[in-house]
Write a new protein. Structure first.
Length: 416
């Protein structure tokens, strides 16, 4: 028997109803036609169709364009602490299954994909890094952190601290303040270490991870198995690792038998960290580092190649740029950027060379990215032979009903 509804209710348009019935959890502000009852910002609110049919219950964000993030469509659910604890346990159990030996360093919670919209939690051994992008999740974070630590302790995982990386501008759209630092809990269930720098091992390579100052939450966990795939074709290759950040792709290539890797990044601080990582893995003698804008460097290397001023060609190039677009409005500019760097890389490679290329923007769809690569190949007068097409690692799960969870495209080609 269904429980009597005790939450306020929002009536939504047919468009929103269709999206919800198809499994997408977002309701936009302009899709709400009526509200009955009073709901506090971050509070629970039912969602009803125009005919009054119950569609689900979610968290209200008064200042966000995404006004309601639906948690579930079970009318018998009370959405208390036990609900969030259950969702967290589902997420942890999933990672234990799919990540196996890599569970010590992975994404534990991936927002909507785990039924916990607006919540990201990464694990770096005994340190957790959290990022909250929803007003409702912000209100519940003390309970969520406590339950998460309890669940992990139950699996024999000790947590030494939770570092909050709530320093992204999108929080301001939720009416949330920007901040960065160790979580100071209300209670005694967790403390924190003195240093925000820790060490992880991925694919047999050691990395220093700075959860305070590193990009995102400190490390790009989603490329874990793509780096391993690259290593399988790297033996005997001379590698150019563009947008290297921590040097990860280049070092994976070297571990796979590459003869040399040049790591390129526009950030001096990123290159310093990459150098330290190379030293940590005894790879310094096989790596050099260039601080440069990749858009400027690739054509310059091509000019040097034409003038025979370089000793040898790179025969494996990696392009792992940051997202060139974070909205539909800027997709055209992003497409131009991807075309430019990929065409330049293809021109630099010898016939029979190899290209690893990525896009981490949801708005640059797989079809559009492939079309962009084909245009780049035409510009470079080459043909692309596909070796592998990959996505993000499974600790960043994709819900087929939520396209926003499907964001990373990774391709390995031979250029002929």
């Amino acid at each position: 028997m269904k429980t009597e509804r005790r939450f306020p209710a929002a009536t939504v348009t047919r468009k929103a109803e269709t999206a919800l019935r198809n499994g997408h959890p977002w309701v936009y502000g302009e899709e709400i036609t009526n509200v009955v009852g009073t709901c506090e910002n971050g509070g629970l609110i039912d969602v009803l169709s125009e005919k009054g049919t119950y569609l689900g219950t979610g968290l209200l964000s008064e200042k966000s364009k995404i006004r309601i993030r639906v948690l579930a469509a079970n009318a018998n659910e009370t959405f208390g602490d036990e609900f969030f604890s259950r969702r967290l346990k589902y997420a942890i159990d999933y990672r234990i299954t799919v990540m196996r030996d890599d569970f010590s360093c992975c994404r534990l919670v991936f927002g909507e994909a785990d039924g916990l919209p607006g919540l990201t939690i990464d694990r770096y051994n005994d340190i957790l890094v959290s990022q909250i992008l929803s007003f409702g999740m912000e209100q519940r974070k003390d309970m969520i952190y406590r339950e998460l630590v309890k669940i992990l302790n139950g699996y024999g995982v000790a947590v030494s601290g939770i570092f909050e990386r709530d320093d992204v501008a999108i929080r301001e759209l939720e009416g949330l303040p920007l901040r960065k630092g160790w979580y100071e809990n209300k209670g005694d269930f967790i403390s924190h270490p003195e240093s925000a720098v820790t060490e992880i091992t991925e694919n047999g390579i050691k990395y220093a991870v700075d959860v305070e100052n590193g990009q995102k939450t400190g490390f790009f966990l989603d490329q874990k198995y793509n780096r391993a795939a690259l290593a399988r074709i790297a033996k005997g290759r001379k590698v150019l690792d563009c947008f290297t950040h921590t040097g990860s792709f280049g070092m994976n290539a070297l571990m796979g038998g590459a003869t040399h890797a040049t790591a390129v990044d526009v950030s001096e601080s990123a290159l310093e960290l990459a150098k330290r990582n190379a030293e940590k893995n005894s790879l310094s003698g096989k790596m050099d580092f260039i601080c440069a804008d990749v858009f400027d460097l690739l054509p310059k290397l091509r000019e040097q190649q034409a003038g025979h001023t370089r000793q040898a060609d790179y025969d494996l190039i990696i392009l792992d740029p940051p997202a060139f677009t974070k909205s539909r409005k800027t997709v055209a500019g992003a497409e131009k950027g991807y075309r430019e760097i990929n065409s330049a890389a293809m021109k630099l490679l010898p016939r029979g060379g190899y290209l690893a290329t990525c896009s981490c923007s949801h708005f640059m769809t797989a079809d559009l990215f492939v079309q962009t690569l084909l245009t780049a190949a035409s510009d470079a007068n080459v043909t692309l032979k596909l070796i592998e097409a990959r996505k993000q690692s499974p600790d960043h799960p994709i819900l087929l009903t939520v396209p926003e969870t499907d964001y990373l495209k990774f391709y390995l080609f031979q250029v002929i």
